[in-house]
Design a protein around this ligand. Structure first.
Ligand code: ATP
Length: 461
């Protein structure tokens, strides 16, 4: 089967309660999406897996949750006020607006005209005002954060002092970011409100390149561990001219989000960026540094964000390695990767979402073969309740067994447990595997151990 395109996923996502177009009853709001009952489970599984891997399984990372609205000066000194912009062009023929660097062959994406204005920078930060002041009062102007990273830099000393860390160490954060994208689109790939999983890893200057390389490999491996196949994932070295103003080197992990595009190179786009941000951020937010003419770069900050190394008695600004991934793009990659079609023995095509077990919204569905038999229903509900403390389980009796299996396959439930007439006699149930459709008979007393073994993480290779 050829890889599904995003349109196939949009339709499955809506049909099965993963993702709905937002504000649909009022005509929608371009590029805003809401996560439904299945979507939020998958979404949370991504975030929890990342946090577990990043914070709990390592000994050198702390967690943080900083504000979405920060003092405007944070964005002044980070460079976002001046430079966080995309090149905007207007089509003189049809009056539509485009991001110049994403236009195919420099032609309008709507009417194909080449009659476009010169690109001009368009700042992507959303503006709002704090307090009960006039809308045009410049002192009340604030931004919704376009990345979570700055919240980490301005808390560098807080985390350092409260956790008594020594270099190298990192601070991780998951949270919403906002960018007024010129041309959002492609479902949840590019939206104006999205969620990021970012970690800033502070190292001694000189140790940055090795640490960067290690994080590139670790992140690549993490996507493997949650089921994003290596065939659709690759590393992309950003050329010098693409690098952000603070970056020494950036490597993206790209996913084949657009398999339908003819030109192979255009099938790939960014899932995660792993940047070496040098000491730019800590320096720029510090009150001390001077520029080449001896002028203080930042007269507004009250702190020096440098680090004192006890061993060498030296003070310096740590370098920062930043793995930054999008939750939404990860969800999209997982859905695209998991989408499979299979023909049953009646010749009908069925969709199976072969999600990695750890990502599946529901781990086990308990189904009664006959919903008009109180003993069978009672037994099935009791099994669901007994499994719930260890595995996300649901009870469902809203259709015939064939329909119920098909529905669970489409939402990626790895196992269905069926209670039938025989179960009342032999205290055993049928366990059906999503991927193979094979069934086995298991004693109810052994069921949770049996299932837990199947969910055990694979040993590291
Ligand atoms: P792009 O080049 O696609 O605009 P970016 O390089 O600006 O992305 P980063 O600033 O590196 O993105 O952000 C880190 C991650 O945040 C990206 O890899 C992506 O997964 C996610 N992300 C960024 N912008 C968006 C968006 N508008 N919608 C959804 N996810 C996004």
């Amino acid at each position: 089967m050829s890889a599904p395109n995003i349109e196939t996923i949009v339709s499955l996502a809506k049909r099965r309660g993963f993702v709905y177009p937002s504000s649909e009853i009022y005509g929608g709001l371009g590029s805003a999406w809401d996560y439904g009952p299945m979507g939020i489970e998958l979404y949370n599984n991504v975030k929890q897996a990342w946090w577990r891997w990043m914070v709990y399984e390592r000994d050198d990372i702390e967690g943080l949750d900083s504000s979405i609205i920060l003092n405007r000066k944070v964005w002044k000194y980070s460079g976002h006020e001046d430079t966080f912009s995309d090149p905007l062009v207007d089509c003189r023929e049809c009056k539509s607006r485009w991001r110049a660097d994403k236009l195919e062959d420099g032609k309008c994406g709507n009417c194909g005209s080449k009659n476009l204005t010169e690109p001009k920078p368009f700042n992507l930060m959303f503006r709002t005002h704090v307090g009960a002041t006039a809308e045009d009062d410049p002192d009340s102007l604030v931004y919704l954060r376009p990345e979570t990273a700055q919240g980490i830099f301005i808390n560098f000393l807080n985390v350092l002092n409260t956790s008594r860390r020594k270099l190298p160490f990192g601070v991780a954060q998951i949270g919403k970011s906002f960018r007024n994208e010129v041309t959002p689109g492609n479902f949840i790939f590019r939206t104006r409100e999205f969620e990021q999983m970012e970690m800033e890893y502070f190292v001694k200057p000189g140790e940055d390149e090795t640490a960067h390389q290690e994080w590139i490999e670790a992140c690549h491996q993490w996507f493997q561990s949650i089921g994003v196949s290596s065939a659709n994932r690759r590393l992309y070295e950003q050329p010098k001219e693409e690098l952000a103003h603070y970056a020494k080197r950036t490597v993206d992990i790209q996913y084949r989000f657009f398999p339908e595009r003819e030109e192979e190179e255009r099938q790939w786009d960014e899932l995660m960026g792993i940047a070496n941000r040098t000491d730019f951020d800590l320096k720029t937010h510090s009150k001390k540094p001077e520029d080449a003419e001896g002028k203080r770069i930042n007269p507004d900050s009250t702190e020096d964000l440098s680090y004192f190394d006890e061993a060498t008695k030296q003070r310096f600004y740590p370098y920062v390695i930043e793995p930054a991934a999008g939750v939404n793009r990860t969800v999209l990659a997982l859905l695209m990767d998991a989408y499979t079609e299979k023909t049953n023995d009646k010749g009908e095509t069925r969709v199976i979402l072969k999600l990695h077990h750890s990502m599946a919204p529901i781990k086990v569905a308990v189904l009664p073969l006959a919903k008009n038999k109180p003993e069978i229903v009672g037994m099935a509900k009791a099994i669901k309740r007994s499994l719930q403390p260890v595995l996300r389980a649901v009870y469902n009796d809203t259709g015939g067994i064939g329909k119920l299996y098909a529905r669970q396959d489409e939402i990626g439930t790895p196992f269905c447990v069926t209670v039938d007439h025989q179960s009342l006699e032999d205290e055993a149930v049928t366990v059906r595997d999503r991927d193979t459709w094979e069934q086995e008979r298991v004693k109810v007393a052994d069921l949770s151990t049996h299932l837990l073994t199947k969910f055990a993480p694979e040993p590291a290779s």
